[in-house]
Design a protein. Structure first.
Length: 530
């Protein structure tokens, strides 16, 4: 394995955490453990450091919660596979700790990975039965970094099959291999996609940390509707090597957690350049500086100039009310709000971006299938497999995006080159960058997405609107934080800014999180209307 760069430390000064015995759900904890329904990275790390419990016990506790909440009880179907080596890995890390060897802030902390990320010892399938027995022989680069940082890979999470790039009529959170992931707040509501399992697992405390991936909203949307924090980094901040792709122009992995500080710690551990992904080459030139994120401290908002993307609102009156309250909270904490601060190119970058995705999918996917040693090597072969297995794979919706992508020409075609140039230009330099420069802003804000809609496998998802698209298409970072709820369905706010601006966004998002204090714990209600 190639030597990895040292991980930049993240200073997390989080006070006021106490360890408590958990009684929920039964059998999920021992008297030595903190309440895993409330435990974050700092609480677990402090208990490990003080010897109050071991990483092995923490892993056993989370495995108990997976059994009680994911396999039984509300049957969330968020975890598609448990790492068979997780307990052995935890024991080894406990032994290292006993010998005085600490790898970093995540030493002994469990992490769940989306099931489109290569991790040895487990299947990587994108939720497809075509890859249900495919076990890559090498870890993705981000997994190498997590292991080097001392994280315990707890398992893999379910997702929208093929990261929601198979059909225009898909239901988020469903895969043929993993079934339908359920939103832990209201079980018959969508978990959004495609990183549904990672968001649900974090929200339900099946692990303190989860890794998702995004091409256009697949971190921000599930994080928002499940009431957790999600960071979509600058494209290239984290190497995509070893991740099943859609679009090299827009794909990225990113962290999910219950707090901004925990998500930031996971981001730091995964970030860094890697030769197999040329887009990551600039990452080390933009290091994630050490951040001091203190519980109760919203001082980072004082003097911050934040613009309101007013044209990204208006699709849901209840969401608008929550965003207006969030704006008042930001003002009261000292932020200067510029309203409106709309993108000059609002609504113009979606069409060329979709063309880029269609063009890039087949060559990117087939390159991964080959290098990962998958049993199926071409998009045409996957299409044929789905036809043969139509009773399972195509039961609810088709594969028209697969078919369209299979018919696209080479990346040398003028239509692709023009769409690629237009999408990036309209979303980035003439969109986000232009708005930031015109109003001298530190960040822009918008609603992340509408509240979770009912799961509908027959008709597919029911999106009312979202505000995350510009950052996704531009390849710029964005972060969503809980901002409120409608009938116990979480609503998130999203902050975005220019390339490599994660430190600024993390400080702003953390400060808002501390000022707003609106995180909603899951209630596992069967339905909204009884």
């Amino acid at each position: 394995m190639r030597a990895l760069r040292p991980i930049i430390p993240l200073l997390l000064m989080l006070s006021g955490c106490t360890a408590e015995q958990s009684a929920d759900p039964p059998g999920s904890a021992t008297p030595a453990l903190p309440d895993l329904a409330d435990a974050g990275v700092t609480m677990i790390a402090s208990g490990l450091a003080e010897g109050r419990f071991t990483s092995e016990q923490i892993v056993q506790g989370y495995l108990g919660r997976i059994d009680a909440l994911d396999r039984a009880g509300p049957r969330l179907s968020a975890v598609i596979e448990v790492n068979p080596d997780a307990l052995d890995d935890a024991r080894r890390l406990d032994a290292e700790r006993a010998q005085g060897r600490l790898r970093g802030p995540l030493h002994g902390i469990p992490v769940l990975l989306k099931d489109n990320i290569d991790a040895t010892g487990m299947v990587n399938s994108a939720g497809s039965l075509a890859l249900a027995e495919h076990r890559p022989e090498r870890d993705a680069h981000l997994v190498q970094r997590l292991r080097a940082a001392g994280a315990v890979i707890l398992g893999k999470t379910n997702l929208s099959e093929w990261a929601n790039f198979r059909s225009t009529r898909s239901a988020s959170g469903w895969s043929a291999r993993g079934g339908q992931t359920r939103n832990p707040h209201v079980l018959d509501r969508s978990p959004c996609g495609s990183s549904a399992g990672s968001a649900v697992a974090v929200a339900a405390s099946l692990a303190p940390l989860g890794v998702g991936t995004e091409t256009n909203g697949s971190i921000i949307c599930p994080a928002a509707v499940n009431g957790v924090v999600g960071i979509k980094p600058t494209v290239g901040r984290i190497s995509r090597h070893g991740i099943i792709p859609i679009s090299p122009s827009q794909d990225t992995a990113g962290p999910m957690a219950t707090t901004v500080a925990d998500a930031a710690a996971l981001l730091v551990a995964m970030a860094g350049s890697e030769p197999a992904d040329p887009a990551s080459a600039p990452a080390d030139q933009h290091p994630l500086a050490s951040l001091t994120l203190t519980v109760g401290d919203s001082s980072a908002l004082r003097g911050a100039r934040i613009g309101v993307m007013r044209r990204a609102m208006g699709f849901h009156s209840g969401v608008d009310d929550i965003i207006e309250r969030a704006i008042r909270t930001l003002r009261e904490a000292g932020a200067e709000i510029i309203d409106p601060a709309n993108l000059p190119t609002h609504g113009q970058f979606g069409a060329p971006s979709f063309q880029v995705l269609l063009y890039e999918f087949r060559p990117a996917l087939e390159a991964w299938l080959k290098t990962s040693g998958a049993p199926v090597r071409t998009l045409d072969a996957l299409i044929a497999f789905n036809v043969r297995e139509s009773r399972t794979e195509l039961r609810w919706f088709g594969q028209e995006l697969f078919e369209r992508a299979a018919g696209m020409g080479p990346l040398s075609e003028e239509a692709y080159l023009q769409a690629h140039a237009d999408a990036r230009r309209l979303a980035g330099p003439e969109g986000i960058d232009a708005a930031l420069a015109e109003h001298r802003l530190d960040a822009l804000l918008a609603p992340a997405v509408a509240p979770a809609w009912p799961v509908d496998p027959v008709n597919g998802d029911h999106f009312l609107g979202a505000g995350y698209g510009a950052a996704a298409v531009a390849g710029y970072p964005s972060i969503t934080v809980p901002a409120g709820d409608i009938e116990r369905l979480p609503v998130g706010i999203v902050f975005m800014a220019g390339a490599w601006s994660e430190p600024t966004l993390i400080r702003i998002a953390h400060a808002f999180e501390q000022a707003a204090e609106v995180r909603l714990k899951p209630s596992f209600r069967p339905t909204l209307v009884e």
